[in-house]
Design a protein around this ligand. Structure first.
Ligand SMILES: [Zn+2]
Ligand SMILES: [Zn+2]
Length: 315
């Protein structure tokens, strides 16, 4: 499924099987998760994608040459030389290339990927259930780490990422509060099933003070809403790659050493840590599978928040 020009839709086309270059793996795609970032790419909210482009950066594939299953995440290549790469922050590499954005991704039957950036898939997970671990899980995990150790955690937007983070946070003994669109009963129900002790309207009052909040939904108005909910010294993490403008807010909301920060991309270390952790929690992913050729429909469902857990394409 190919993006030919910005603002899609994707088109179903026949392409030759890609050839693996030196150091690359050829993968037979078994499943590819659909991420909100894919929508930002398709909608033209992220600048200068490769075109034409095969989107998708949560690939579970069978390693055609080496055997076994490999996972391909968003981070597809880094330079290894810039000040970020040399200081353990390859997620910020100036020249990074991202899967399904600068490099063809997994909305396809075959994909190639640099082996150095792939992860072995934990055995406990079937293909479709493993796919959302590769971005929703990884970015969620990085966001949780950067949110600090606070006990009372608010999750704003309860989609693919939050449904994984909630499980990790609960396993760490934290209390989880889920903030969704007003009246989104399905998301609130899922949150409660996964151990959140409260679920309700993101723009309404929080049931009690929070120590940290992670904003997964791409809506800038959630930043002042989240700041209003967190205690002094609390951290609010913006986990998405794109967000609507943040409305201005009184300094009082930030005062008291509250912190607002973003999370950008992932390092390979995040991937190794999280994929080792996931089976131990154990994280169970809730997936909504779509045949590959229905990628446009899957994207629209993600846009409208109509997916329970994570959407996954299956060729
Ligand atoms: Zn670099
Ligand atoms: Zn993603």
């Amino acid at each position: 499924m190919v993006l030919e020009c910005s603002r899609g839709p994707l088109r179903e086309v026949e392409l030759p099987v890609p050839e693996a270059g030196p150091g690359q793996a050829l993968l037979r795609v078994r499943a590819c998760g659909v991420c909100r970032t894919d929508l930002h790419v398709v909608d033209g909210e992220l600048p200068d994608p490769k075109l034409p482009l095969v989107p998708g950066h949560q690939i579970v594939g069978e390693d055609v040459e080496g055997g076994g299953r490999l996972g391909v995440p968003w981070l597809g290549w880094t330079c290894g030389e810039c000040r970020y790469c040399r200081s353990g922050r390859e997620n910020l590499c100036d020249r990074a290339r991202f899967t399904g954005y600068h490099l063809d991704g997994g909305y396809a039957e075959y994909a190639v990927a640099d082996r150095r950036y792939c992860f072995p898939i934990p055995e406990d997970y079937p293909d479709a259930q493993a796919a959302p671990l590769l971005c929703a899980g990884l970015i969620g995990y990085r966001s949780l780490r950067l949110a600090g150790d606070g006990e009372r955690l608010g999750l704003y937007g309860f989609g693919a990422s939050a449904h994984i983070v909630a499980q990790v946070a609960r396993a760490e003994g934290r209390r989880v509060f889920a903030f969704t669109r007003k009246g989104d009963d399905a998301a609130q129900q899922l949150a409660l099933e996964l151990g959140a002790e409260w679920a309700g309207d993101a723009l309404g009052p929080a049931p009690e003070e929070l120590d940290a909040a992670i904003v997964f939904a791409p809506s800038g108005e959630l930043v002042p809403a989240g700041l209003r909910a967190i205690a002094k010294g609390g951290t609010l993490v913006c986990a998405g790659i794109h967000m609507s403008d943040i409305p201005s807010f009184p300094y009082e909301l930030l005062w008291g050493e509250r912190v607002v920060r973003s999370v950008a991309n992932l390092t390979r270390r995040d991937g190794e840590e999280f994929l080792a952790l996931a089976p131990r929690v154990p994280v169970r992913t809730e997936v909504d599978p779509f045949p590959l050729e229905r990628a446009n429909e899957a994207l629209e469902r993600v846009r409208d928040g109509e997916v329970r857990g994570a959407a996954v394409l299956v060729p």
